[in-house]
Design a protein around this ligand. Structure first.
Ligand code: DQA
Length: 143
């Protein structure tokens, strides 16, 4: 069975509370349930992990080496700052799709930079929770 890791960075545990006009009213729990339901339909195994700590995300990416077939990655604010997360993705060489809930291309200039984009096979922005489902389909090649 294919195994997919879903990684969410800082403040995404605050979904539903945090700036709902940008990120929507669904909670992090709602997001995890949606992903788990879709994974069950696709017959793939999924693990969802959220952390507010850069190093914890790097550790999780390293642990995925040899154990995971694909990564769905929303590094949140670390997207725009973290060479460490980008290097970890490059190090493990696992196919990765970058996802952002909001359309970062239409937001502040400092959100236009993504350190992870180059090491991801695809970037999905501005589709809310549906972006994670699209990424799951992309990584499991079942459309
Ligand atoms: C985000 C966009 C980032 O700029 C922001 O820092 C986040 C969430 C998104 O999903 O739209 O925390 O990654």
């Amino acid at each position: 069975m294919q195994k997919i890791l879903v990684l969410n960075g800082p403040n995404l545990n605050m979904l539903g509370i945090r700036e709902p006009e940008i990120y929507g009213t669904g909670t992090y729990r709602d997001l995890v349930s949606l992903i788990e339901q879709e994974a069950a339909l696709l017959g793939v195994s999924v693990e969802c992990f959220q952390s507010n700590h850069e190093g914890a995300l790097v550790d999780k990416i390293q642990e995925a080496y040899g154990n995971v077939d694909g990564i769905i990655l929303n590094p949140a604010a670390y997207t725009h700052t973290s060479l460490a997360i980008a290097d970890a993705i490059k190090a493990v060489g696992i196919p990765t799709v970058e996802v952002h809930l909001s359309d970062v291309s239409k937001r502040e200039s400092y959100r236009q930079i993504s350190y992870v984009r180059d090491c991801c096979q695809k970037t999905i922005i501005g589709k809310g929770f549906a972006g994670y489902i699209e990424a799951l389909h992309d990584l499991t090649e079942k459309h």
